[in-house]
Design a protein around this ligand. Structure first.
Ligand code: SAM
Length: 334
């Protein structure tokens, strides 16, 4: 069995079992191998914009998972996919703005994807903001160490349930977002009836609070039963946009602690930079992640102070940001 590093492991754990997965910018092809070996997906579209990386993926996959019959496609971003063809799309190891460009290139197609698992190398806040402003909700977040970096992994689903728009084998008709936080395990051969996504009223919130809906549950393998959790609303909830999501998500949405975290981060202007989901779940890397940000800002502040009086306004800005980050660190238990 292929051993993944923590970053790839975290990405893999965000992919629900039982659907068609597209790995965009696959390069080494290790994610498709792991998805196959673990019974998460036997139907992976392996894609890259360049022939070299795509050939590398093909070679690694044929060596490490000779039984896998994957589809290899050369091309730019989502252009290699048909509308509604992939249940989960992984875009990992690229810049946040590039990921944004790839998703926005065909928004209609992107909104036909049931779940994106994204790992931006930079500009994660810009990507979150863009996603939330363009019809997606963030339903899960994870952190993983890779060398000296702490990588951010996010799962996003279309925010508005478009009745009849999905085409998974899940039955239940009015499916919307299958954002169960659980991950891989069972391989029950199909997408369960997902907890609906509901139409996020404010279009700009992380899942769990406010108008959100999704039942995405907490930490990895939250569902425990592998794959998407059953049940949940249709997305066409008559309660003003919140589907009857069952399980951990509904609980979180109603949990004052989650709302408190969300409000506190938002007050500090950090809601797109530090996901409330991480603090709510008690991700063990959340505090180191914030402390690292603090160290960087303190270093810059020191350099500005050394530079003298001209740095005044910038320094004020920086100290406000440092205060905000320290507040976030306290929220993370620091
Ligand atoms: C740093 S590698 C990441 C590999 C793997 N996804 C991971 O996370 O380890 C980035 C890959 O994305 C590919 N890539 C860059 N731009 C792309 C695009 N517009 N469409 C598809 N693939 C792209 C590159 O060729 C490269 O193989």
């Amino acid at each position: 069995m292929l051993r993944l590093n923590d970053r790839l492991e975290a990405i893999c754990s965000c992919v629900p079992a039982g659907g068609v997965v597209a790995d965009i910018g696959s390069d080494h092809g290790f994610l498709p191998v792991a998805l196959y070996e673990r019974g998460i997906s036997a139907a992976v579209i392996v894609s890259d914009a360049k022939t070299g990386p795509l050939d590398r993926a093909r070679e690694n996959i044929s060596r490490l998972a000779p039984g896998a019959a994957f589809d290899f496609r050369l091309g730019d971003g989502l252009e290699v996919l048909g509308r509604g063809e992939a249940d989960t799309v992984i875009i990992a190891g690229m810049g946040g703005l590039l990921i944004q460009r790839l998703i926005s290139a065909d928004l209609d197609k992107a909104l036909s994807v049931r779940r994106f698992v994204l790992q931006p190398r930079n500009a994660p806040d810009a990507l979150r903001r863009w996603l939330c402003g363009n019809g997606f909700r963030l339903v899960d977040e994870r952190l993983a160490r890779e060398g000296r970096f702490i990588c951010e992994i996010m799962a996003a689903v279309p925010a508005g349930a478009r009745i009849g728009a999905s085409r998974g084998p899940e039955g239940g008709g009015a499916d919307a977002g299958p954002e169960g936080g659980g991950s891989h395990a069972a391989g029950d051969g199909g997408w369960p009836a997902g907890g609906g996504a509901g139409a996020a009223g404010d279009g700009c919130r992380l899942a769990g609070g406010g108008a959100d809906a999704g039942p995405e549950g907490g930490g990895s393998d939250a569902a425990g039963d592998g794959g998407w959790p059953a049940g949940g609303g249709s997305g066409a909830a008559g309660d003003g946009g919140r589907p009857a999501g069952s399980g951990a998500d509904a609980g979180r949405a109603a949990d004052p602690r989650y709302r408190q975290i969300e409000a506190a981060l938002s007050e500090c202007g950090l809601e797109f930079e530090i996901s409330p989901l991480l603090l709510y779940k008690g991700d063990p890397l959340a505090l180191p992640f914030i402390l690292k940000k603090i160290r960087i800002e303190e270093k810059i502040a020191q350099e500005l102070m050394d530079a003298g009086a001209k740095a005044g306004p910038r320094l004020e800005e920086l100290s406000a940001r440092l205060e905000a980050l320290k507040k976030a660190a306290r929220l993370a238990g620091g």
